[in-house]
Design a protein around this ligand. Structure first.
Ligand SMILES: [Zn+2]
Ligand SMILES: [Zn+2]
Length: 276
């Protein structure tokens, strides 16, 4: 888990990104701001990554892309990324990421081998079905419901008899329920309903914004219901709204009631947490 915070950003929890290790490669799911720092802090060289799966294009999920794109191409202790970046995502991905790429052409053009493969992007857009199938790893993309932001997707990674599902940003969604059936790990976004109600009480001017947040996202208790219905083994909550201070006592309050609904393993994702 690289970034487990929300759109506001934070010191202890940066914006969304996760690294998946499978089939001898490292895959990124989302690429929010802070991704390069978190990769380096994890001991993962960005130079070895060239596959990114976007769940959608809210900036808390793609704002770190350009930083990753350039940083991963530079020599560190090892050689910079030589391969093009393979970008996977919903059907507006090329439109958005190609504009980002265009915006840094003046930077790219001053660098060594500026028209080398590293400076290219390969786009793979899909909202549903198998989007990647190689070396025994199968990745399936499915539509989710992120309120007014469309399209938004989730992903299922299957490898070596194990299944990990990413909900992406979504309100409670039947596709997430379906694809996470008996998953080993369901990584689900979440907000804490009680904490949001308290926020509204303290800041009545934010009521409309916070109500919109609740329409677009899934509460901790709703995520627990989904994990129970899907019979997943391990529920990992992330993209926390509001973002709890990463200490056990506060996180315990954040997931109050979750274990009453879902009897499997429950984790409140923290930046740099490793899940096997
Ligand atoms: Zn979003
Ligand atoms: Zn988000």
């Amino acid at each position: 888990m690289l970034g487990t915070g929300n759109t506001l950003g934070g010191v202890r929890r940066v914006k969304s990104s996760t690294a998946v290790f499978a089939a001898g490669k490292i895959f990124l799911v989302d690429c929010g701001c802070g991704v390069v720092q978190r990769l380096l802090a994890s001991g993962i060289s960005p130079n070895h990554i060239n596959k990114i799966f976007f769940t959608h294009h809210h900036t808390d999920h793609n704002g770190g892309f350009i930083d990753f794109f350039i940083s991963s191409s530079l020599n560190r202790l090892d050689l910079g990324r030589q391969l093009p970046v393979e970008v996977y995502g919903p059907t507006n991905t090329k439109e958005i990421i190609s504009k980002m790429r265009q915006s840094v052409q003046s930077d790219v053009s001053t660098r060594k081998n500026s028209d080398g493969s590293w400076s290219k992007i390969i786009y793979n857009e899909s909202d549903s079905g198998i989007i990647y199938n190689k070396d025994g790893l199968e990745i399936t993309v499915f539509l989710v419901d992120h309120g007014s932001y469309k399209p938004a997707v989730g992903y299922k990674f299957e490898y070596n008899g194990k299944k990990i599902v990413f909900s992406g940003d979504t309100s409670p969604n039947d596709n997430v329920r379906f694809y996470s059936k008996k998953a080993d790990i369901l990584i689900h976004e979440a907000y804490n309903c009680e904490w949001i109600k308290e926020t509204i009480k303290q800041n009545p001017q934010d009521e409309q914004t916070m109500r919109t947040v609740m329409i677009k996202h899934t509460s901790t208790l709703e995520a627990a219901e989904i994990a129970r219905e899907a019979e997943t083994s391990h529920l990992v909550l992330t993209h926390h709204i509001p973002s709890p201070v990463p200490i056990a006592a506060i996180e315990k309050q954040y997931i109050r009631g979750v274990s009453k609904i879902f009897k499997g393993k429950i984790s409140v994702a923290r930046d740099l947490m490793v899940i096997s």
